[in-house]
Design a protein around this ligand. Sequence first.
Ligand code: FE
Length: 203
Amino acid sequence: MDKKAMYNLSYGLFVLTARQGDKDNGCIINTAGQVTSTPNRISITVNKDNFTHDMIRDTGRFNISILSEKADFSLFRHFGFQSGRTVDKFAEYSACERSANGLYYITEGTNAYISARVEQTIDLGTHTMFIAAVEDMEVLSREPSATYAYYQSSIKPKPEKKAGKTVWRCTVCGYVYEGEELPADFVCPLCKHPASDFEKVSG
Ligand code: FE
């Protein structure tokens, strides 16, 4: 069995947003897709550790903003590498507007948004799958959608190689740890992924 086969699955990238009371939040997911066309339904799968997860579970509403190839790495850092439990991600964020359901969608680095209402919730252990009816949607630009492979090849910063030095690079966000050995319990300070998501880069 070659576990690398999983790498050949193609994924899109999305900012998932929710609103509960007067609190707005959003996170990055790669797990949205259409599941039926009549009626029009999408599914998303969200890690239970994400603050947005609890907001969707409690309110039954979410938007996905589909990221385009124009999405900047700063957008991934803003929505992906910090938690809405400690940071108000929309406090000083201007590249967004509210859709008819009152939730935010992202207007820069995106090519469409979809508003949906949860119909079914499936407990998958670490994650919850929400199956939701599409209520509204708009196309925002003609830019191609960013795939996860495009993020890896063209959006994520490239590590600088340092002559004679060994570094470890986080394959998720690009963070670089300098040192011959990466501690087994190391956690990426940017995206919180474990040491197993780092690769060794020799200078
Ligand atoms: Fe990382």
